[in-house]
Design a protein around this ligand. Structure first.
Ligand code: NAD
Ligand code: UGA
Length: 475
């Protein structure tokens, strides 16, 4: 039987809920999308008339928001009203790693998913399709179904019913709009064929049918964890090879190019960097590790845990190299850090390699000047759990020498005077065209440029007389 869909509710207006519903609204002008969140500040930022103040930065997002917002896309805190009128509810809330109790440090904290399911049970009317958009442990659909069918409701129990589907999201931050508009695939896991068709009909407005995959619900949940685990595994693999390159005289860029031309391996996700960050890779692998341990598959658990362990080791390796190259001590030395986001084109810093690396350098007594074009300094303060001395906007403000272990944020590039080193941690486009010959004159000699992203112009740096260390460059 064909299920009619007119209104969609998305619980969670974050990095997934916001862009996903915006793209859906732009592709399906006849459907109404209500995106709701408990975070009032976030919702008011989504409704800000100044589109530069949206809560997240994604290329192409503000253009789509201006086309759809308050037409068929609405952001609000009225969760009750949005659920009551919805034919489909997407659950798109955070699922961080548990910090205490059973499974702490590995399993997912389902507090927010459970709360969302209880809200759906309470306010929904008639038949509702409930879609897991968040990344969840395998068999969470069972938990959601239990809650939906047994918790308190405002309607008569016999008047409401649900079908739970898994529809994991594969977007990457920084390219979210592009990924959503042209996904490699859309995965729908479930049992109820009519509900699966209703969901796939939404995607069919812009996604070719051959890209819409149907699976059973557990395969869909596991495929999402596996996809992130495989991607992260490639990064840990190439980062481990970068260390071998440095001691053998090989160059990791050349090794990546050489192996990437093998069509069985492919060229993507072979860029050695400061270690993978982002809110999901680590948490999703640890979730997989927890699952394997739970089912007594210790060797499987160890295998995947190794991917996270190498990443931790690799991040520590970078700060150690900086310290060693600067004669074993960075106490009181000014180091310019270029980039704090976990990757370019996002303001997100969750699990960014920069957090651990900057903390290590501050612990060793360095004076860091941190530059990032999109990250808010308050966020950096929160991540480092160290207050910045004050905001630096020009060279004259920099009186940092001889003070012990501290950091400041700068929006400007006027920050190189008196620096002993520059450390590139995020591959922002603006770092590609720095005039190193001008900067060389301002730095304390011997001055070092540490490039963990292979984006600076190596020739220019060497020509200007600066010392260059590039990740995985043993040549
Ligand atoms: P996020 O923290 O940016 O957003 C989650 C939002 O949910 C928050 O704004 C929070 O206030 C809201 N929320 C929590 N409980 C709520 C409730 N009961 N009612 C209403 N709102 C509630 O998280 P995110 O990055 O958007 O990730 C969401 C999920 O998607 C996670 O499971 C994540 O693993 C997965 N995912 C994330 C990405 C990504 O690139 N960030 C990509 C694919 C999948
Ligand atoms: C990742 C996946 O790519 C998405 O498919 C998935 O939906 C998402 O996680 C999720 O589930 O949250 P994201 O974390 O946004 O997306 O960004 P990626 O491009 O995957 O980068 C993750 C980290 O790996 C970044 O720190 C990035 O700099 C690093 N990376 C990536 C490398 O070091 N080398 C590479 O070759 C690629």
């Amino acid at each position: 039987m064909k299920i009619s869909v007119k209104k969609i509710c998305c619980i969670g207006a974050g990095y997934v809920g916001g862009p996903t519903m915006t793209v859906m609204a732009s592709k399906c002008p006849d459907l109404i999308f209500n995106v709701v969140d408990i975070n009032k500040e976030r919702i008011s930022s989504w409704n800000n008339s100044d589109l530069s103040k949206l809560p997240i930065f994604e290329p192409g997002l503000k253009e789509l928001i201006s086309q759809t917002r308050n037409k068929n896309l609405f952001f609000s805190t009225d969760i009750k009203e949005a659920i009551e009128s919805a034919d489909i509810v997407f659950i798109s809330v955070n699922t961080p790693t548990k910090t205490r109790g059973l499974g702490a440090g590995k399993s997912s904290d389902l507090t927010w998913v459970e709360a969302s399911a209880r809200e759906v049970a309470r306010y929904s009317r008639g038949f509702t399709i409930v879609v897991e958009k968040s990344t969840l442990p395998v068999r969470t659909a069972e938990v959601i179904e239990n809650i939906l069918n047994s918790s308190e409701t405002n309607s008569k129990r016999e008047e409401i019913s649900f079908s739970v589907l898994s529809n994991p999201e594969f977007l990457s931050e920084g390219t979210a709009i592009k990924d959503l508009e042209n996904p490699d695939r859309v995965l729908i896991g479930g049992e109820n064929k009519d509900a699966m068709d209703a969901l796939s009909n939404i995607y069919k407005a812009w996604v070719p049918e051959r890209k819409i995959l149907f699976t059973n619900i557990w395969s869909s949940e596991l495929a999402k964890l596996t996809s992130n685990a495989f991607l992260a595994q490639r990064i840990s693999s190439i980062n481990s090879i970068s260390a071998i390159c440095e001691v053998t005289g090989a160059d990791v860029r050349e090794v990546s190019r050489a192996i990437g031309t093998d069509s069985r391996i492919g060229s993507k996700f072979l860029d050695s960097g400061p270690g993978f960050g982002g809110s999901c890779f680590k948490k999703d692998i640890l979730n997989l590790v927890y699952l394997a341990e739970y089912y007594d598959l210790k060797d499987v658990a160890n295998f995947w845990e190794g991917v996270v362990n190498i990443n931790n080791w690799h991040q520590r390796r970078i700060s150690e190299i900086v310290i060693k190259k600067l004669y074993g001590t960075i106490k009181g030395k000014k180091i310019v850090v270029l980039g704090f986001a976990f990757k370019a084109n996002t303001n997100d810093t969750r699990e960014s390699a920069a957090i651990k690396i900057c903390k290590d350098l501050i612990d060793e007594g360095a004076n860091l000047i941190i530059h990032d074009p999109k990250v808010n300094p308050r966020q950096i303060e929160n991540d480092l759990q160290i207050k910045q001395i004050s905001e630096v906007n020009n060279e004259k403000d920099i009186t940092l020498q001889n003070k012990f272990g501290q950091w400041r944020f700068s929006k400007s590039f006027d920050i190189f005077e008196g620096a002993h080193a520059v450390l590139v941690l995020t591959e922002w486009g603006e770092y590609k065209n720095i005039q190193w010959d001008v900067i060389e004159k301002k730095m304390v000699k011997p001055a070092w440029i540490f490039d963990s992203r292979s984006i600076v112009n190596a020739e220019e740096i060497k020509k200007s007389g600066l010392n260059l260390w590039r990740l995985g460059d043993g040549s």
